[in-house]
Write a protein that binds this ligand. Structure first.
Ligand SMILES: Cc1ncc(COP(=O)(O)O)c(C=O)c1O
Length: 384
């Protein structure tokens, strides 16, 4: 490997959200932020940008639009008009803007659960009616969307807030399922708000399928949200973009900024341009490293954490651990207090997911090993 993903960086003095929540003795494995240095080409480009001492308000230049549309074509064979991109300081602002602009008060917003908490909470911010829909667990261990329930919930229009690839399940939607979901949305005149922030991180040779790339009709009903933030580990630079094909819809959604959602910052714009145009070799190695971490984790959970199970994450660096068989009152608190490992609580992702925790395996292997060793010890102590 050219890049050193094994290196542990002390993040305590950096103001990191991940490393500030808990006392120092806790190993944080919660928020979707990796413990790897950003790609060296991005750091170098930022250093160069800072040689110019002005950091005023900034707008996206043509070269950034070109870098993104070239990347979307190269990765997903998806052709996007450079003018379809709208820049934002966060994917979360984007799906909130889309809901505010497009959904009427009597319509439903469907969110699959478990799901990323800000997606679950977004309909409530705009007084919209939320319908939470679970997944069906298939015999082969995969999670599938219950299509009839989806159709029923979207009667009268509204919107589906889709997490694709899915956080926290790590599900990469197969083409047939994505197509069926999108067809139902079209048939019901519902919007598809597709959060694709984890798009680049699919494993085992899978290629992400952007929902809007399925057809022109689907593209006209879809608001896609993307960012270089997850794959290139630059989330703190707060730079994301929406892709909205139809100019009238684009203008409606953009209008929902409403003096609340600001423009993006110059360092984020530059880092995003470099990510999409120059950081490909880094991303390829990162994916290899993450996939090996995932495989190591699967084996470690199977052999060393009896009572915990999980489906193989097909994408993201998040593992959704089912702790039901342990019979704990609150698994997140148990591992926090007994193992000193800070995981995300399942209850935040779904009302019926109290017995789950989400573990972030986007870290040097030694930290992952340390986290599992701590969890193993806490479970062994439970037995005595
Ligand atoms: C599915 C998903 N969407 C959105 C976000 C947040 O994106 P942003 O920081 O750009 O608002 C995250 C962060 O974890 C996420 O996992």
């Amino acid at each position: 490997m050219t890049f050193n993903f094994d290196q542990v960086h002390d993040r305590h003095a950096t103001g990191s959200t991940k490393w500030s929540r808990y006392p120092d003795e806790v190993l944080p494995m919660w928020v979707a932020d990796m413990d790897f240095a950003a790609p060296p080409v991005i750091i170098q480009a930022l250093q160069k940008r800072l040689e110019h001492p002005l950091l005023g308000y900034s707008v996206c230049q043509d070269n950034l639009r070109q870098a993104i549309v070239a990347d979307l074509w190269n990765k997903y064979a998806w052709r996007v008009d450079p003018q379809a991109l709208v820049f934002l300081p966060g994917v979360e602002s984007g799906f909130n803007m889309a809901l505010k602009a497009l959904v009427q008060s009597q319509q439903n917003v469907v969110v699959q659960v478990p799901n990323y908490p800000p997606l679950r909470h977004a309909p409530g911010h705009w007084g919209l009616n939320k319908v939470e829909l679970g997944f069906d667990l298939q015999a082969d261990g995969s999670y599938a969307t219950p299509l009839d329930s989806l159709r029923q919930s979207l009667q009268g229009g509204g919107a589906l807030l889709l997490s694709n690839p899915h956080n926290p399940l790590g599900k990469a939607f197969p083409r047939e399922e994505l197509q069926a979901i999108a067809d139902i949305c079209l048939e019901q005149n519902a919007w598809i708000i597709s959060d694709e922030i984890h798009a680049e991180l699919c494993f085992d040779g899978r290629v992400h399928i952007p929902t809007a790339s399925l057809s022109e009709d689907i593209s006209r009903r879809t608001i896609t949200l993307m960012s270089a933030s997850k794959a290139y580990n630059i989330a703190g630079l707060k730079t994301s973009f929406m892709i909205i094909d139809d100019p009238a819809v684009r203008s409606r959604v953009n209008h929902a900024r409403c003096g609340m959602v600001d423009s993006v910052n110059p360092l984020g714009l530059e880092a995003t341009r470099v990510a999409y145009s120059e950081a490909g070799p880094w991303l390829a190695e990162l994916k290899t490293y993450l996939q090996a971490n995932r495989d190591w984790l699967m084996e470690a959970v199977r052999t060393r954490l009896p009572g915990i199970s999980l489906q193989v994450p097909q994408s993201t660096y998040l593992a959704w651990l089912d702790c039901s068989a342990l019979g704990l009152a609150d698994p997140q608190q148990f591992f926090l207090q007994q193992a000193k490992v800070g995981l995300s609580a399942g209850l935040d992702f779904g009302d019926e997911h109290q017995q789950f925790v989400r573990l972030n395996f986007g870290c040097p292997r030694s930290l992952l090993e340390e986290g599992i060793a701590r969890m193993e010890r806490s479970l062994n102590n439970l037995k005595v």
